[in-house]
Design a protein around this ligand. Structure first.
Ligand SMILES: Cc1cc2nc3c(=O)[nH]c(=O)nc-3n(C[C@H](O)[C@H](O)[C@H](O)COP(=O)(O)OP(=O)(O)OC[C@H]3O[C@@H](n4cnc5c(N)ncnc54)[C@H](O)[C@@H]3O)c2cc1C
Length: 358
């Protein structure tokens, strides 16, 4: 009998969990280790918008576009309907010519998008106060509670024999003749044939014993979570001063700016009250609503802003998968990286995002 390759996945966020399940589905013996909370760090503090609306290069658009499709199929297969909604997005962060330009760019890329006037917006979002004159509807997008998605994936993994170890920090990797052979961890050594570092923002600290460093420009973001309210909004709403959506459980998730950095001079609780106040001005019929969590998250952002996925240069058997927009990308990245590691099949979608560009 051929021995199953033993794969160690470092990090249990949505990216690590997706890679782990994809590897197991291809027949590998998989162990996921997590130093902190299962479900990941960035994944617990994310807005979770699944989209290809924003991509500064054509290659990145193609990756994101394919990723949205993959996520749809993945959420149907895993029955993720408690943590993912495919409600589409209404976007009016910009106005006038900038809004028109954004729409033209989406159409030029063949992306599903519709230009809506105020009267049409009012029909599909009847509880929206002061509807904008114009907005863009991108109907195929969705949003997920990424930590819950990661936990659901890990549950699927363990149900079919995969193993998950929390409270376990990988501190170093050992190599034998240029190929990884084991990980040193806070709870002892773990032998393995292949390792994936899906360590999110922590990737900037590297791993002890590895002389390759991934340059990062991590950014901070503020996300609010509210108590549950009756169903009030139908889409992910990206307005000019707040973005928010309603989850399956009726709670709202809101954020201030989509992909930027938190102003270092801001006081998080004051900013949270401010964002909540902005949100309240947007809706008619809002019942009493409580702020249940103010999250300050660190976005894992490689230096050039693009994902980093593939073999770490000069280190046999060691792979990395670190990215922003990891919620959008995780299920696709999981499948592509697993086939690369286990079936030697390289996807052209990943070629522009290799670690060796650094
Ligand atoms: C405020 C905010 C808003 C965002 N909005 C969006 C959005 O709308 N759409 C979108 O697609 N993306 C969004 N993102 C980005 C997205 O959340 C991340 O790209 C994604 O969650 C990364 O997942 P991950 O599994 O790589 O990392 P994480 O979820 O951070 O998981 C990595 C895990 O690795 C563990 N780890 C690290 N080092 C070790 C070690 N040595 N040993 C053991 N374990 C280790 C960490 O403890 C952590 O739990 C947002 C992020 C933030 C912070």
């Amino acid at each position: 009998m051929v021995k199953k390759p033993k794969i160690l996945i470092v990090g249990s966020g949505i990216v690590g969990a997706s890679i782990a399940l994809a590897c197991q589905n291809l027949g590998a013996d998989v162990v996921v280790v997590e130093q902190g909370k299962l479900g990941g760090l960035a994944s617990s503090n994310s807005f979770g918008w699944i989209n290809a609306s924003f991509a500064p290069s054509q290659e990145y658009f193609e990756l994101r576009d394919a990723a949205v499709d993959t996520f749809r199929q993945f959420s149907a297969q895993l029955d993720l309907n408690k943590s993912v909604r495919w409600q589409g997005t209404l976007w009016w962060e910009d106005h006038g010519p900038a809004l028109k330009d954004h729409f033209s760019n989406l159409k030029a890329r063949g992306y599903q998008a519709k230009w809506l006037k105020k009267n049409e917006i009012k029909v599909i979002e009847p509880n929206l106060k002061n509807a904008p004159e114009e907005a863009i509807l991108t109907p195929l997008e969705g949003a997920g509670q990424a930590d819950k998605v990661a936990l659901a994936i890990l549950a699927e993994l363990t149900a079919s024999g995969g193993r998950v170890l929390s409270g376990c920090k990988v501190t170093a990797l050992d190599f034998s003749r240029g190929h990884v052979s084991q990980a040193q961890t806070s709870v002892g050594d773990i032998k393995c044939d292949l390792v994936v570092m899906a360590t999110g923002a922590a990737a900037q600290h590297g791993l002890v014993g590895i002389d390759w460093v991934l340059p990062m420009q991590n950014k901070t973001g503020l996300i609010l979570q509210t108590s549950s309210i009756p169903h009030l909004i139908n889409h992910i709403l990206m307005t000019d001063d707040v973005h928010f959506r309603q989850n399956v459980d009726g709670s709202l998730t809101a954020g201030e700016i989509f992909s930027g950095d938190l102003d270092p001079n801001s006081v998080p609780l004051d900013l949270a009250s401010d964002v909540m106040a902005r949100l309240k001005t947007k809706l008619h019929g809002l019942p009493k609503i409580n702020l249940t969590d103010v999250k300050i998250g660190t976005r894992p952002v490689p230096l050039d802003g693009f994902p980093v996925v593939g073999n770490v240069p000069g280190h046999g058997g060691l792979f990395v998968a670190v990215m922003h927009s990891g919620v959008t990308l995780a299920p696709l990245i999981g499948q592509l990286l697993a086939s690369e590691m286990l079936q030697m099949s390289e996807s052209s979608l990943l070629v522009p995002f290799r670690p060796n560009r650094f």
